[in-house]
Write a protein that binds this ligand. Structure first.
Ligand SMILES: Nc1ncnc2c1ncn2[C@@H]1O[C@H](COP(=O)(O)OP(=O)(O)O)[C@@H](O)[C@H]1O
Ligand SMILES: [Mg+2]
Length: 383
């Protein structure tokens, strides 16, 4: 899967930027605050219809403009497609090959992407919420219908929480919400476990590829959704837990158990990575998780884009070189933003687009030349 061209109009800081991206590896480079991440964000938005940075939809539109527009020329599994996204402060328009799209299913079927950005070390070191979000995002990338399940579960949970806050909650109504929670929660847990099962092998392998030798890290789901491979079994377990927690839930006026409290444990060298991983280890773990998502997708017959934001000084030289070599073996297109491509080490010259981003304008430069043997030149021009 390849995005051959990306055009943004009145998007973030860009009045108009056209990226000629017809290459396997696209490197967006330039000084800080020029709009590199903005362009990557546009690609992510085409794939997911969301931004990966906080901010209201109206912040996506260039200041002073009335409408933002993103167009992607996609070469997908079904041939070329033109994806168009338009945003006005309170409306959105989607088109595929010029045809208005009202259902999200057909849209999400066009383009899949996996994203890495520096903040994602939160997946290793942050709150359980970041890990659940990772799992749900990975499950969405695998099967976009997961989004609906997450939304439905969240809605029911909210309704139950509101009811509990009323203190004198109607027990029948509460039982109705609990039954819905059990039904949706069991599905949710099984899908998450399925994603984990698909990630496990590729994760250990990708981690080894980045850090070199060493014991393989492990993934484990904790909570009501632990080892959830059978929906009926999880539903039973969840219903029992809810029954036991009911008095406490009423006393504290909040829902206390369910997959919304589950956590994903990352074991590194036998220890809980959340507490023991260094910044560098956390980075390698997260990159391995993301690479594993891409690999798991390949095994399902998909070839998602892999987007890496700000891949600059985050890895040491050996790891960066190994990562870039690994990226060169991926089935889909790879996009990287960096302040200086020299940080990346040698790039595969033949099918790489170097795109300079300055003041929201993108200019494609000559392809890098592959160093012919000899030591790697590694002299960043800016830190
Ligand atoms: N809606 C907007 N209108 C105008 N400028 C914006 C808007 N949203 C973000 N920007 C600007 O975009 C710039 C940041 O671009 P970014 O892509 O994060 O830079 P970088 O090249 O460092 O990745 C900032 O200067 C920010 O103020
Ligand atoms: Mg940036």
């Amino acid at each position: 899967m390849r995005l051959r061209g990306l055009t943004v109009t009145d998007w973030r800081n860009a009045a108009r930027a056209e990226v000629d991206a017809d290459a396997r590896l696209v490197v967006l480079h330039g000084e800080n605050a020029q709009g590199k991440t903005n362009l990557l964000e546009a690609v992510w938005l085409l794939a997911t219809l969301r931004s990966f940075r906080e901010g209201r939809a109206s912040r996506l539109i260039r200041e002073g403009a009335a409408e933002a527009r993103i167009t992607g020329e996609l070469l997908g599994q079904d041939g070329p497609r033109r994806l168009e996204w338009r945003r006005q402060p309170d409306s959105r328009e989607l088109r595929i090959d010029g045809q208005l799209i009202h259902q999200l299913g057909p849209w999400f079927a066009q383009l899949r992407a996996v994203l890495f950005c520096p903040e994602h070390t939160q997946i290793v070191r942050g709150d359980p919420e970041a890990r659940r979000a990772f799992l749900d995002r990975a499950a969405f990338t695998a099967r976009p219908a997961h989004l609906e399940l997450v939304t439905d579960y969240g809605r029911v949970l909210k309704q139950k929480a509101a009811l509990l806050r009323e203190r004198r909650a109607d027990p029948d109504q509460l039982a109705t919400w609990d039954a819905e929670l059990v039904r949706l929660g069991a599905k949710l847990a099984v899908r998450r476990q399925q994603v984990l099962d698909e990630l496990e092998g590729p994760f250990a392998e990708a981690h080894g590829a980045i850090v070199g030798a060493g014991p393989a890290p492990r993934l484990e789901l904790r909570g009501v959704g632990a080892a959830a491979r059978d929906e009926a079994e999880v539903a039973g377990r969840f219903a029992e837990l809810l029954a036991r927690a009911a008095p406490e839930e009423r006393r504290r006026a909040q829902p206390l158990c369910g997959p919304h409290r589950d956590d994903l444990l990352l074991h590194l060298e036998g220890r809980d990575a959340r507490r023991f991983a260094s910044q560098g280890q956390a980075r390698a773990l997260v990159l391995a998780l993301k690479l594993a998502e891409v690999e798991a997708a390949r095994r399902r017959g998909q070839r998602p884009l892999f987007l890496l934001d700000d891949l600059t000084s985050e890895l040491d030289r050996g790891r960066m070189e190994r990562l870039v070599r690994r990226l060169d073996t991926l089935p889909g297109q790879v996009w990287i933003t960096t302040t200086d491509p020299a940080w990346l080490g040698p790039l595969p010259g033949e099918d790489t687009a170097l795109v300079r981003v300055s003041g929201g304008v993108a200019t494609r430069g000559p392809a890098p030349s592959r160093p012919s043997g000899g030591p790697l030149v590694y002299e960043p021009t800016s830190a």
